[in-house]
Design a protein around this ligand. Structure first.
Ligand code: AMP
Length: 277
């Protein structure tokens, strides 16, 4: 497995693969890898001839006061996991490689970024669209694999790629959960035992909304109340909503493909989850 910190060397590696007729799958991550990330790697290896993973805790998508400085960075463990999955190249840029002195160009996110995470974390998606664009320039892969765990992020990236004609295929991947339903997340490492129990209320809220929908409920207010009741044990609920599955616009009655999304704080940890109805 080759590791690269340098942009030109990383790009050359990718181009060399493609010149020799191999397709390249890209899996961008912030590290602290778990089965969710590895499921993306496996999908990339299944659909492409080789997989590049990036590990970069992107400062521009964190606001002041968020968890940038305490974000877990177990690099050696991460590299062992990627080696075990047969990843051929890992890109590990430093902050100054990605954002050198004088950096000043940002990608303005599409309208699907405005609500939900966009309201709770105002600069977040501008950081995401900027870093993902940079990664696509550095690693001109054939396909990039994103988890539905970050549902709005996936839509934001899909809309950006469509709007800016970026020559890359975006592949959405299923959410990987713990046996009890908790969506896997690098941030689960922050949770104490009792917080871990409280955190289950996110997936339970989604399950209750889905059960209610399956038994015929189409009224959004009612579904949202059901979720909020389940989330009552959390320290703060940022949102618990039903939205259009593509645009994430709010709905009153469900007449199209819809998604339920929740974001809540458990202690100092902010968690998100979602489920397509
Ligand atoms: P992150 O390291 O949190 O930025 O995540 C990197 C990629 O892994 C993103 O595309 C996430 O959506 C995806 N991912 C994170 N957790 C999961 C999960 N539990 N299931 C599937 N994909 C995930």
């Amino acid at each position: 497995m080759d590791t690269f910190r340098d942009i030109e060397e990383m790009r050359d590696w990718c181009r060399r693969q493609q010149r020799s007729g191999r397709t390249v799958g890209l899996v961008p991550t912030m590290g602290a890898l778990h089965e969710g990330h590895l499921s993306l790697v496996r999908r990339a290896n299944a659909e492409c001839d080789c997989c590049v993973t990036t590990i970069f805790v992107n400062p521009t998508q964190f606001a002041a006061g968020e968890d940038l400085s305490r974000y877990p960075r177990p690099l050696e463990e991460d590299l062992d996991l990627l080696r075990g999955e047969g990843v051929e190249a890992v890109f590990l840029p430093t902050d100054s490689v990605m954002y050198p002195e004088g950096f000043g160009t940002y990608v303005s996110p599409p309208p699907v970024a405005r609500r939900l995470e966009g309201e709770s974390r105002p600069e977040h998606f501008r950081g995401v669209t900027t870093v993902v664009t940079k990664l696509f320039q550095i690693i001109p892969a054939d396909a990039a694999f994103f988890g539905q765990k970050d549902y709005q992020q996936l839509r934001v990236v899909e809309h950006m790629v469509r709007d800016l004609n970026m020559p890359i295929r975006i592949v959405p991947c299923e959410i990987v959960r713990e046996a009890d339903g908790l969506a896997m997340s690098s941030r689960n490492r922050y949770l104490s035992e009792s917080e871990r129990e409280t955190a289950l209320s996110l997936s339970r809220a989604l399950d209750r909304a889905a059960a209610s929908f399956e038994s015929g409920e189409r009224n959004v207010d009612s579904l949202e109340q059901t979720m909020k009741a389940e989330l009552a044990k959390c320290d703060k609920v940022d949102y618990a909503v039903v939205a259009d599955a593509d645009t994430l616009e709010p709905l009153c009655e469900i007449e199209q493909r819809a998604v339920v999304l929740v974001a809540a704080h458990v202690g100092r940890t902010r968690l998100i989850d979602n489920r397509i109805l």
